[in-house]
Design a protein around this ligand. Structure first.
Ligand code: NA7
Length: 544
């Protein structure tokens, strides 16, 4: 069976949802294919205890509907997963989006039919769909990484992955729980799991730098001030490198902390004496260390900040041996995505929590009853993988995309992702990617990045339609030049330091080419480049 549309969208997360809203207004027939049973993408799948966004919700929200902006109320400054999923569901209902979405349906192949200039999407429901345009709204962190550990299938207890957490409640009361990984997901989950489980064993390979999250409930006066200034705030987001406004509500209410002149002026950690650094940490908290600019491009400054972090961990964790294991020593701040936590270090002071360093004592196998390291067996009822994702390229490659002349995306990307502006690939006409590799994506407020991409794609489709142009794709040279630029701007940062291994670099997936995938040059510069293309009628593309 086959069905026809004007635009096929893969994924019903925030990107897919906004694509429906925006493209439907253009009179286009939009069909969305979604593997899950409902909307929400990342926030649909990542239901693990403690899951929470690291961008303030008044900013991590859509700006396309002033009415929605005014009416929606966020209970906390940084929202928990259930509240964000609630927001996604509200949008689906409010704008009547669900009727465009084929739920519980996975795209198994995405193929360009050259003779008809159409994209065909085959699905596991047996129905295939054809359309002129195809938009991959598949998310940046949507393919969970589950490491192959010998014997894992033999484990007789319950097994979960943080990125595929079930919808039904998981009762951990009194159980012996193990968690592999100490990245963002694990750092959020561990304090929650420790309070629910009888006993928690944390299998850590690489310690993390984490700072306490803002855990405040929403202040009504702040919310009101935001809502009165939302247009200005949305405009400010467009000019901020991370897509987050610099709007500061209720300035007069904030206590002014006295710092000596040198501290107040300096944004460089190296310019301060050790006692001044400590004073800043004591007065403004650990997160203030992240505000020094030199720590991101000067190895010496970076190490000073790392050492302050380590000192802080030693202060927090009572058992010196456990504290020592928690100290990150093999890489510096700014290499990985900054992690935010609620009581992470305090959790290791609990009697029912055990930290196992699997760098020192590697996991040999998983068997029927638990995890066996080289020297010890840990009996478990529940094993949780918090082992991350095949980020940025995983979902695109999994979709089995084939472009012109039978070239697959896997062939094109065998040495790493090559795309223009993270929006399109040469050889794949009329196929668009939302927040694809080479765009600010995960280094930006995702909702701001998504709106910008969907608007660009929608405007592009309007231009093609109005000018009777049947296809668009970037020139080969444009994407190569862009990739060089993406690499160049990343080179001088801690993101690509020789000791750094992160999912941004693909380093967490065996065999994945080591390439820094997001664009670190800043959202405003990137957006201007996208706008230039449109204003100048797509000079870096071939229009057929
Ligand atoms: P991350 O940040 O990739 O963390 C994955 C964790 O799992 C990390 O601590 C890994 O250690 C660990 N890991 C992975 N494989 C193994 C094996 N085989 N053995 C032991 N430990 C392992 O994923 P998250 O889900 O926490 O966060 C991803 C993003 O989602 C995050 O940045 C936010 O943007 C939201 P490693 O460091 O590789 O030694």
């Amino acid at each position: 069976m086959s069905d026809k549309a004007d635009v096929l969208v893969i994924g019903a997360g925030f990107a897919g949802m906004y694509a429906i809203y925006r493209l439907r207004h253009l009179g286009l027939k939009v069909v969305v294919i979604e593997a899950g049973s409902d909307v929400g993408g990342t926030w649909y799948w990542n239901r693990y205890p403690g899951a929470r966004c690291d961008v303030p919700s008044l900013e991590y929200s859509f700006g396309f509907s002033p009415e929605l902006e005014q009416e929606w109320e966020w209970p906390e400054v940084f929202s928990a997963q259930p509240d964000i999923l609630h927001y996604a569901n509200h949008i689906a209902d409010r704008f009547d989006l669900r009727r465009h979405i084929k739920f519980n349906t996975r795209a198994t192949a995405v193929t360009y039919l050259e003779h008809s200039n159409q994209w065909q999407v085959s699905t596991d429901s047996g129905v295939s769909y054809c359309a002129t345009y195809c938009i991959m709204a598949t998310g940046c962190l949507s393919v969970p990484n589950k490491p192959e550990i010998s014997g894992a299938d033999h484990f007789q207890g319950e097994t979960y992955h943080t990125g595929l957490w079930p919808k039904h409640p998981v009762d951990l009361t009194g159980k012996k729980v193990g968690i592999i990984g100490t990245g963002s997901s694990a750092v959020q989950a561990i304090p929650e799991l420790a309070t629910q489980a009888g006993h928690l064993t944390v299998f850590q390979r690489t310690p993390v730098y984490t700072v306490p999250a803002n855990r405040k409930a929403m202040n009504k006066a702040v919310e009101d001030e935001f809502k009165s200034n939302y247009r200005q705030i949305r405009a400010m987001q467009q000019h901020n490198r991370g897509g987050v406004s610099t709007f500061r509500p209720l300035k007069s209410m904030r206590p002014t902390r006295r710092l000596d002149d040198q501290q107040a002026q300096s944004n460089n950690i190296k310019a301060l004496k050790p006692e001044q650094r400590q004073q800043r940490l004591d007065q403004r908290g650990l997160a203030s260390i992240l505000g020094f600019t030199d720590i991101y491009n000067d190895i010496e400054a970076n190490e000073i900040a790392n050492e302050l972090f380590r000192y802080n961990i030693k202060q927090r964790v009572r058992d010196p041996q456990v504290a020592e294991k928690l100290l990150p020593k093999t890489y510096g701040l700014g290499c990985k995505r900054q992690v935010l936590d609620r009581d992470y270090y305090d959790t290791f002071n609990r009697d029912n929590v055990l930290l196992v360093d699997v760098q020192e004592n590697p996991i040999a196998e998983i068997n029927e009853t638990g995890v066996q390291t080289q020297t010890q067996h840990y009996e478990l009822d529940v094993l949780i993988y918090a082992t991350g994702f095949d980020a940025m390229t995983g979902a695109l490659l999994n979709a089995n995309i084939t472009g012109r002349a039978g070239q697959t995306l896997a062939e094109k990307w065998q040495y790493g992702p090559v795309a223009y502006l993270g929006l399109q690939m040469h050889g794949f006409p009329n196929l668009f990617t939302v927040t694809g590799p080479g765009s600010p994506s995960v280094l930006c407020n995702m909702l701001v990045a998504i709106e910008q991409h969907i608007n660009w794609i929608a405007d592009c489709i309007v231009y093609l339609r109005d000018n009777q142009i049947s296809s668009i794709e970037p020139n080969k040279n444009s994407e190569l030049t862009w990739i060089d630029h993406v690499n160049d701007v990343a080179k001088e940062t801690m993101f690509t330091a020789p000791t750094c291994n992160s999912w941004y670099l693909g380093a967490n997936i065996q065999g994945k080419p080591r390439i820094f995938m997001p664009y670190v040059g800043g959202f405003p510069q990137y957006r201007e480049r996208c706008e230039q293309e449109q204003e100048q009628h797509y000079p870096s593309f071939t229009l057929a």
